[in-house]
Write a protein that binds this ligand. Sequence first.
Ligand SMILES: [Zn+2]
Length: 412
Amino acid sequence: MSSQFPPELEARLTRYAAIDSQSDALSPSSPSTEIQLDMMRLLEKELTEIGASDVTLTEYGAVLATIPGNTEGPTVGFLAHVDTAPQFNATGVKPRVIKGYNGGEITFPDNPNLVLSPEEFPYLADKQGHDLITASGTTLLGADDKAGVAIIMTAMRHLLENPEIPHGPIRVAFTPDEEIGRGVDARLPKDLGADFAYTFDGGKVGEIEYETFSADGAQVTVTGVSIHPGFATGKLVNAIHLASKIVEMLPQATMTPETTSGREGFIHATDMVGGSSEMKLTFIIRDFERDGLAAKGALLKQVCVAVAATEPRAKITCEITPQYRNMYYWLEEDMTPVDLARDASRALGIEPVSVPIRGGTDGSRLTEMGVPCPNLFTGMQNIHGPLEWISVQDMAVATDLCLQIAQKAAKG
Ligand SMILES: [Zn+2]
């Protein structure tokens, strides 16, 4: 299957992965890092070279393009993000190709202590004979999501070179800053102009994802009473002590990321900074259901109220901000994009698997903003770390899926 695509996919992914395009959550600019534009300018050039139309680098740092339809059909969008995760070193990525993987342990040229083993990662054991791409041991690879970019670029190049393949209008979007939750600019849905879309940002072959967490952020601010400790008797109120009480009163043996799985949500304390006069605590709240999300926010607020009641001279505020919502709230109304992807997958002989994502995707925001957008597999594994790897043959299957979707969408 797909024997024609691996050389192109390998060349594209190794070319893209070598470019540092890490995003930065602390940067206020858009895109968050200037280096992402290096990737964007390259993609702008490559899209023009393969003959795409309307190739545009937007003000907010996304590259958009059109593959004009040669038959009637809805406008389908394909998206991938160009930024790599800030959680691990992404500078100086040296992609390495292992041709015809022998099924054994994989070692890394720049880090002798690192081993990628098929015992630990059973999916790897299935990939004997595949061509694998990894980094060199000191960086992540960035297949998340440059594999998605390579898949979409390869599929679009193929459609443009083979005009006898029937498809409707296609819009392509390569976006920045997905890893820091800022991938979907308010202008993107309109600029994309797609009836529905897909992100190629998933893992194992067969995964078609249409349920994500719903997400809120919470900021708790504890303001104590600050006085020189030498004159503090009966007056000083220490914000650190009150902040500790809040953390202590929250569930720890349950309702945390480390004690939940599957469809269970959580409250996760991500940050606590400050001093005796003021403390700021940051939380992320996650659940698949609206009720569950609201209940967790209410619990956090109750804890803050209870701690505040123990010390009336302190001030404790809890501000909850919506982040993104489960895309299934919208997709359940119209499963067409999901059914289309599942049919396309079955046409390739791959039984689709749908597992709720314990996180969000650019598609969560896009769906909420009116462009239904499930997430499709690329093959990427062990993302955001030095053991990241991907099979070129898995990417070829994803490329076939993209082409199948394009054709099936036109048939209606
Ligand atoms: Zn990703």
